[in-house]
Design a binder for this molecule. Sequence first.
Ligand code: AOF
Ligand code: ZN
Length: 464
Amino acid sequence: MYYHNNLRGGVKVPTGGDSPRVALGHRAGAIPEPTVTVWMGEGWLGDPPVLRAEVEARPFCVSSPLHRSQGFFSVIIARRYIELGPDAMGNCGQKALDEFFIRRAIDLAWSAAGKTDPNPLVGAVVVRAGEIVAEGVHEKAGEAHAEVAALAAAGSAAEGATLYVTLEPCSHQGKTPPCVDRIIERKIRRVVVSTQDPFRLVDGRGIERLRQAGIEVEMGILRDAAVLLNLSYFKKHILGDGVPAITLKAAVSLDGKISAARGERTDITSEQSRLWTHRLRAMHRSLLVGIETALIDRPRLDCRLPGVFAAPVPVVLDTRLRFPAAYRWPVEAQPFYIFTVHEADREREGALAAAGGTVVRCKESGGGVDIGDVLGRLLADGLGSCLVEGGGAVFSSFIERGLWDALYLFAGPSFFGPDGVTLYRSRTRAPLEAVAADARLIGNDILCAYLNESTRRMLADGLG
Ligand code: AOF
Ligand code: ZN
């Protein structure tokens, strides 16, 4: 790790010129630099996975150019802050630094995607005199909470330090003791939090306890990005079980096309972006595609991250029951849903049912399956979160109906031109009422992640 340590006052600030080498979680010492093995490229019918890639899962965005530039800016901000002092800078310099370190905590949290259920994803960073001295991740339900892991790694350096954490530290005795007790005991001076924890046993009490103990608490830093991190968790704890969480994900060329030509499967984004796709899959209970995508791309519709809690259940929207009963899933007898309309062929239904599919007949809407009906049935069957992976027609129906909470758009560096297949098919413009909650470079790709403004408003009360 390369630190700028020539700043006045001896303050060290990470430049982002290289990955921080700091103690991670309960493993004292240097980051063990874990890698995740991911099967890349969706297999064609009957094929084994064709391409295997090692993707560095953590630290994830530290190596990206965007992160490096953020590191650079944080150095400039920190220097001005030290030179001029907080009075001259106002809160502005502090806020930029807080965002920088919370962003790092958010990235750490993402690295455990799919492994913490029913617990949320949480990341924590301990910062002392502008330097990250320790990091922590909540790896799994029942194991150490992120801040406890970070504090253990920080050792005596925690005293007087700032703790950055993506979720309000807990105040209850669960499978592990309350995090707030540990924070107070370790004499943390300031705690910066992204969102309140709406879990009924915490719900603001953690913040209150910290403030009562004389610790300065800053709330709401990069809150929208932190909502994306735990969308289902927040929806469940704030709105209840009866509301599905819907995420749309699409990969497009720079001219907004999902493939180079009709009927053709085209790789658009890099392996690192596909790692993100698998993180998203790991965090949803069902994975929905239209029949065109199923027939053309032959997706495996599985989750290929090691150690994930449960793979999502594949769901195909198929008005005319064209889905092949002999579709080879990566895991034999994997349960899957086929949603169709009332008039669909009975014989085809029998063949799909014999292959292990649950065929559901729904209302028709606009020449296809009614999405509201589909989501209602999935919810009734205990599948409360859905990742929609396309293609264009399905994506457009969800957008037109405003039926989404989060939208992840990956753009790869190519132009497909007039033969390319358009993502958004509607004849009407759809300005999205959305918040740009996160944006980053991933390899050569751009990721823009949006949070539906109406979702944000619905959750606002529970987020502090
Ligand atoms: C934190 N930091 O890293 C996480 C928190 O059964 P337990 O002890 O694991 O507690 C689970 C609850 O704790 C979970 O529902 C949520 O409210 C909170 N999760 N809190 O301070 C963490 N994972
Ligand atoms: Zn806790």
